[in-house]
Design a binder for this molecule. Sequence first.
Ligand code: HAM
Length: 417
Amino acid sequence: MELAKIKGTKDIFGKESLAWQKIESLARKTAYSFHLSEIRTPAFEYTDVFKRAIGQETDIVSKEMFEFSDRGGRNLSLRPEGTAGVVRALIENSLYRTEIPRFFYIGPMFRAERPQKGRQRQFHQIGIEIFDEPSAYADLDVILFNLELLASLGLNDFVLKLNSVGCPNCRPSYLQKLKTFLEPHLPELCPNCQTRFQSNPLRVLDCKEEKCRNITKSAPSILDALCDECAGHFNLLKKMLANLQVPFELDTSIVRGLDYYTKTVFEIQLSGLGAQNAVCGGGRYDGLVSFFDPKVSLPAVGSAIGFERLFLALESAGILPQEDDSLDFYLIVDPKFDKTEILPVLREIRKSGFSARMDESSKNIGKQFKEANRLNSKKTLIFGEDELKTGKVSVKDMKSGAQNTVTLEVFLHSLVI
Ligand code: HAM
């Protein structure tokens, strides 16, 4: 049996875990300001949930899912992304009737990809999904949520790439045009794109192979083929971004690797991340809810940030949140005395919201001071012979060395966070 962690997974602890908490808390704060409420869906679902939502022919579903049969022979998969589960939960619980259907989530996702920097098999997403808001204002909210979160972390060196993939009214005729354009180049396309030409020609546009890129440079633009409704929607979004002075680049190679998108799609790319530079991806998916349940038709738009990529970007910019992991108080008790009598003080300090530890063996006072230093303690509370006789405590600031002696009552009253 292997007793090592699985390739493409990571243990998170210590200072890194504190930085994660800080990023999570900023994400929650930003979600609150956009009136998004948290949703937690299971980490695994029936495989059909993902097949239906993401698309059977996509790389994610056809190559990257951790799919398995449970003991009852049910076909299940670890979730490769969050949108499918949220849509399933929305419909199953009729959330559009009882809740304001504006959700955010933070959680692990799983894709059997080849691990490399910024690409793992278990990774985490900060996602949002907004339902029942057809206008481009909701697209703007989704984009701004991500930009505000990045800005609150101090990340400003990014590019917002925008495109529209049209809707079932205008996309088929564009796909026809695209295929007509690609057909004479078919033998020059990479093997992957030759397959995509049949299954999903739009994805030929986001191939990273140079020879395919050179060909698609002069492909017809989907932005010239949008119907009036899609063009109007996209123009309003661009106008709002311009009014807010949010820079963006139009990029028709942003077509996304999931089949559910309609109209707006976008990615946020960060420098300093190497090949895996998309920290966030998202877009509108107006047809997905009714594709799950034809009785319910709700427009939707959402996005997801890759937590690990965000973390790498913060690290490479030297602005990873540094959280204080020092101990507030270490209680030093003269080993001649019964330290169990000090336990109520320890408990009271912790109840007041401070971190506190006490020597659990019977080390001499010198060793207890050493331990206080090892634990990076801000203050020590000294219960020596004199203090214990008079019901007092000496409080020592470990940085400045300043020390003063007060009654226990005064000390406990001073504990305000
Ligand atoms: P996605 O583009 O597949 O979109 O993933 C979103 C983000 O997750 C990516 O931009 C990237 O930062 C991160 N990510 C994806 N795969 C990996 C990986 N193997 N390792 C590390 N990070 C990764 C979605 O998942 C959609 N559900 C987004 C969405 C929500 N669209 C609408 N609503």
